[in-house]
Design a protein around this ligand. Structure first.
Ligand SMILES: Nc1ncnc2c1ncn2[C@@H]1O[C@H](COP(=O)(O)OP(=O)(O)OP(=O)(O)O)[C@@H](O)[C@H]1O
Ligand SMILES: [Mg+2]
Length: 362
């Protein structure tokens, strides 16, 4: 078995046969209060324990709040780099409507130094996928100026918040797609926290990620029950059963050998899709994944595939609306067109040599 990235939770590592696959994007999903942030913090703390540089981008709660909440478990996040992308709603709420809030907010990189929030150079940008991406890119570059060690683990908490701030309509798919591609290229193992807001659609990040770990929470009488399941895990086998979870003083604990009992909530708790549905989801999402890789390749070779990209986007719309047959049909058409184009096009040019500095002779 290849190298694995521990999630920091023993029972969950057992469910995914040792850990996540390095350098890939994953989704932690679940309803509010289900433990997503706690689980993601376990993942980051594990990295810090191993001496890995770790980065958290927070959109849901300011760093000071995050640190205070996680402090309750006795965890010290001082060595964690936190980028604050929480919009300063207070500063805007008097003058602006809800719609404006997405377009004119401050994105600030604020290190919590002695409890003081210090804003950085990228003030007054919008909270958009683009600005968050830029923020991460800048942080990576700055880190590489100081040290040769790259960030190994990144958490985005949460994509749901980012979507609410910045995205509306069809464009969001393309944005999320490029955001996930951006994360993959960072070569860090990344975790995107996301809530399934609408049960009738499948959000882009769920099928573009390499895996989804879902947290469940339901009421059994007056007791809150928790569980966890691995909904998808590419490139490896995994435990496909739902396992009980508790949150206590030591954080989140997964009982990987126990069965979760659904008293009180079985009907509300739909774990994944039916077997047949999950097979076709797997098939279409693998195909879309392959198609997107070919689109990337076409970009690299500077082949114009605009029309095909529109068709891919259409396939994704069908997929999200659970029209799998239509999605499959469109994706297959894109796949064969791309194969033909890439086959016909000249081979990729060799990587160009960097320009020589002036005054240096060959
Ligand atoms: N010390 C503790 N003991 C037991 N439960 C705790 C403790 N601290 C927090 N919790 C529980 O953990 C849950 C919060 O977890 P977390 O913040 O990770 O949720 P989340 O999924 O990120 O939610 P959201 O979507 O609202 O951000 C709450 O339901 C809270 O009851
Ligand atoms: Mg949270």
């Amino acid at each position: 078995m290849g190298e694995r990235v521990s999630t920091g939770v023993e029972g969950l590592d057992a469910m995914v046969r040792g850990g996540l696959l390095p350098g890939r994007p994953y989704v932690f999903s679940g309803p509010t209060g289900s433990g997503k942030t706690i689980l993601a913090t376990h993942f980051l703390l594990e990295g810090l324990k191993l001496g890995e540089p770790c980065l958290m981008v927070t959109l849901d709660e300011p760093p000071s709040e995050l640190k205070a909440n996680m402090g309750l478990f006795g965890w010290n996040l001082d060595r964690l780099k936190i980028l604050d992308a929480t919009p300063d709603v207070r500063a805007h709420k008097r003058q602006r409507s809800v719609i404006d809030v997405g377009t004119a907010l401050d994105v600030r990189d604020m290190e919590d130094v002695n409890g003081l929030r210090q804003s950085s150079q990228i003030r007054a940008l919008e909270v958009t996928v683009h600005s968050v991406q830029k923020m991460i890119k800048q942080e990576f570059a700055q880190r590489l100026e100081r040290t040769t060690e790259r960030y190994k683990r990144i958490v985005i908490d949460s994509l749901t918040a980012l979507k609410m701030f910045s995205m509306q309509g069809e464009d969001s798919r393309i944005l999320i797609q490029s955001f996930l591609r951006f994360l993959s290229e960072l070569e860090a193992t990344s975790v995107i926290i996301s809530e399934r807001l609408d049960r009738s659609t499948i959000e882009t990040e769920f099928f573009l990620s390499r895996g989804e770990i879902r947290l469940h929470k339901w009421l059994d009488g007056n007791v809150i029950r928790r569980a966890i399941s691995v909904e998808k895990f590419r490139g490896s086998s995994f435990d496909d059963k739902i396992r009980p979870v508790t949150i206590g003083n030591a954080g989140l604990v997964v009982f990987s050998n126990a069965q979760a009992s659904f008293r009180g909530g079985p009907s509300a708790l739909r774990v994944g899709e039916s077997f047949l549905e999950s097979r076709i989801i797997e098939e279409v999402s693998n195909l879309l994944d392959a198609v997107l890789r070919q689109v990337d390749e076409a970009h690299r070779r500077q082949i114009n595939v605009k029309d095909i990209e529109v068709a891919v986007s259409r396939a994704m719309v069908h997929f999200q609306r659970r029209h799998y047959q239509k999605a499959l049909k469109h994706a297959l058409a894109c796949d064969s067109q791309l194969k033909q184009l890439l086959g016909e096009a000249p081979p990729p040019p060799p990587p160009s040599a960097p320009p020589k500095p002036p005054g240096v002779r060959a």
